[in-house]
Design a protein around this ligand. Structure first.
Ligand code: 5GP
Ligand code: SF4
Ligand code: MG
Length: 465
């Protein structure tokens, strides 16, 4: 998901809408905005679909007045899957004795079921099926005097990954879990302050990037300035390495690194680790593009657009149902026949999850007359599900959890298949010595099975780590 918030600007809602539009790649199912205006109270709008279709008309935007607002774009990793339930669309809102508050959450709470059960037994009335709603109920039960205190207390009970943006009538609050699994950045816009999942959302409104919110940090921004504190027990951070590989936009800066540059590095590492003689390097667009460019630069094999992407389709993986995903590949990608005919092609993609994309593409490209197809993948084999905010399927659906590399190559029907090594990936994100086995620098659980936070609810349901 993507989160965004702003305080101290004219017409916060339109700023939030622009920010969310820049974060649309993080969630395409639904979006919502909450604002506050003195004299009029809180306003909210939550809709299915794209930001550009829901939050651009003057009529809707007029219902969201005020100088402070937050927003969320949803990609379901918990609760109802797909655009089926408006009650699961964030921000969530709560009314407390000291006033109202709204929150927007990116990540996944790994003990949400346990918390929910306990809260319901003690009288909480849940409105949604989302893990994020726990935060509001925990805040309601807190005895804290101010809303930020209550949020802090609530978040101390929550396990897993959370980058949260919240608001009261006057305060914009941001918080990252102690591991800092999901990103969150702070920006400045005139006299106002901005919080966003990624820096690309600051660029669109021409805000100045100030810094990242640190893992375990909570900030409270008002028109007077920004206060910061660290409410959790300090731990070594474990940022999601897959944000670098796929999830974030390539024009964002994460952990002081350009995502684009990292992806290009991954391609270079791949070319060194798994060279192959071929006529051209083609990306599976868009997610494989920077890595393909890196592969081409390193190998000297020309880069070409052998597959063309229909720009009017969203992210395939993010479609929750298998049948739509299957269709999706053809709706979204087409082979550039004239270019690939008779050629030996290196195809670069970011990941193989179920293998749906790779299989379809291989079929399409061979049908178009390619002589050879070599897959090079910009992440290690995805063997484990993510419980921290990326919707990877159960292990039985993960190709790499059930097949050896050779079996996968055979299943996909390609001439060769190579994944970047975990150390190669770490080198690409700037860790010259690769992965520190004793104390890994990132979360890489979907590749390694090394879960930095115990997925309590899943273990309860029988998941074996
Ligand atoms: P597959 O078709 O193998 O199930 O999925 C791989 C494709 O989904 C890749 O092209 C990748 O770009 C895309 N993808 C989109 N979202 C995700 C995600 O959340 N996780 C992973 N691993 N791949 C994703
Ligand atoms: Fe990111 Fe993978 Fe860790 Fe999930 S399991 S947070 S996708 S690195
Ligand atoms: Mg892709």
């Amino acid at each position: 998901c993507g989160v965004f918030g702003v305080v101290g600007v004219d017409n916060a809602a339109s700023v939030v809408a622009l920010g969310l539009h820049a974060l649309q790649h993080r969630g395409q199912e639904a979006g919502g905005i909450v604002t506050h205006e003195f004299g009029q109270g809180f306003s909210s709008a939550r809709r299915f679909g794209y930001v550009r279709d829901n939050f651009t008309d003057a009529e809707t935007m007029a219902t969201l007045p005020g100088p402070i607002g937050i927003g969320h774009v949803r990609y379901s990793t918990s609760g109802s899957k797909g655009a089926t339930q408006i009650r699961d669309v964030q921000p969530f809102f709560g009314e407390f004795s000291m006033g109202g508050a709204a929150i927007a959450h990116n990540g996944n709470i790994t003990n949400a079921l346990a918390l929910r059960k306990e809260l319901i037994e003690r009288g909480s009335i849940f409105q949604s099926s989302s893990d994020s709603e726990c935060i509001i109920h925990l805040m309601a039960r807190s005895m804290g005097k101010h809303i930020p205190d209550r949020m802090e207390e609530a978040l101390r009970k929550v396990e897993g990954a959370f980058s949260v943006v919240a608001m009261t009538r006057t305060k914009l609050i941001g918080c990252r879990d102690p591991l800092g699994v999901r990103p969150l950045v702070l920006g400045q816009l005139g006299d106002g302050w901005v919080l966003a999942s990624e820096t690309c959302a600051l660029d669109i409104i021409n805000a100045t990037f100030i810094r990242e919110i640190e893992p375990g940090e909570m900030v409270v921004a008002t028109s007077k300035g920004v206060e910061s504190h660290f409410p959790f027990r300090p731990t070594k951070s474990r940022f999601c390495i897959f944000e670098h590989v796929y999830f974030s936009r390539p024009d964002s800066i994460l952990g002081g690194r350009s995502v684009y540059e990292t992806r290009e590095n991954i391609g270079r590492e791949l070319a060194k680790e798994a060279p192959v003689d071929a006529d051209m390097v083609c990306p599976v667009p868009d997610s494989g593009t920077p890595a393909a460019i890196g592969f081409s630069l390193e190998s000297g094999i020309p880069y070409a657009m052998g597959i063309i992407r229909n720009q009017y389709m969203g992210r395939t993986f993010i479609e929750p149902s298998e049948s739509i995903r299957n269709m999706g590949v053809r709706l979204k990608l087409n082979v550039n026949r004239a270019l690939v005919k008779g050629k030996r092609i290196i195809l670069v993609d970011d990941s193989v999850v179920r293998g749906t994309t790779s299989r379809k593409i291989k079929e399409m490209i061979l049908e178009a007359g390619a002589a050879e197809v070599h897959f090079r993948i910009a992440s290690p084999p995805t063997k484990w599900p993510c419980f921290y905010g990326v919707d990877t399927p159960q292990r039985d659906k993960l190709l790499a959890a059930n097949m050896s590399e050779e079996e996968m190559r055979d299943h996909l029907g390609v001439d060769s298949l190579k994944f970047i090594s975990i150390d190669g990936l770490y080198r690409a994100v700037g860790q010259a010595k690769g992965r520190n086995q004793d104390s890994p620098q990132y979360c890489d659980a979907c590749f390694s099975g090394d879960y930095p936070v115990k997925p309590t609810d899943m273990v309860e349901q029988g998941f074996e780590m």
